[in-house]
Design a protein around this ligand. Sequence first.
Ligand code: BG6
Ligand code: MG
Length: 217
Amino acid sequence: MSRKAFIFDLDGVIVDTAKYHFLAWQKLAQELGIEFTPEHNEELKGVSRVRSLDIILALGHIEASQEDKNKWLIQKNEDYLSYLVDMDESEILPGVLPVLEFIKEKKQLIALGSASKNARPILEKTGILPFFDAIVDGNDVSNAKPDPEVFLRAAQLLHVSNENAIVFEDSVAGIQAANTANMISVGIGDATILHEAKYNFKDFTFMDLAFIEALID
Ligand code: BG6
Ligand code: MG
């Protein structure tokens, strides 16, 4: 039986950083006089930093110079990073560690497939870096989700076929990326928003380890 690759998104799946991305974007939007709500934020989940700024500027019908955009991208990232200074294992979302431990115990493979350029320090700070057999993040890919590049690269690095890869995602763009890659998509969050996923769980505490076991067999 071939081994399975379990590919985890980071923000909003492993750690509760989605709220920090939102707060940092909201601060910038406010400064630019743009109304930016949690509903708008759903469109930004899983999306690259550069693309996220373009979406926010479009909301406010603002056309900006590249210089201004670069300045705002730096500002947003600095605000975001300020929330991560004291980050430790307590920021790992409930139910994630037992699932990571179970997958390892079953000798299956684990990868990260994240759009974030801040992924590695987050894995280090939370102490879960050793779980990962491969890491693909925003520094490694040129096409952002919903393009499947990030997940395809992760499966390639693990020498696992796409059909044997399972993706955990909290974003619509990420679920679409997994589906396009012919991988098994598992939505983590609101099932009405993530209705394109093959399976849905509100969070990992709702996921029985038998679910993982069934995917392995
Ligand atoms: C994704 C987040 O994981 O990474 C997005 O869902 C974020 O909200 C994107 O914009 C890029 O992250 P970073 O850390 O490189 O700005
Ligand atoms: Mg996410």
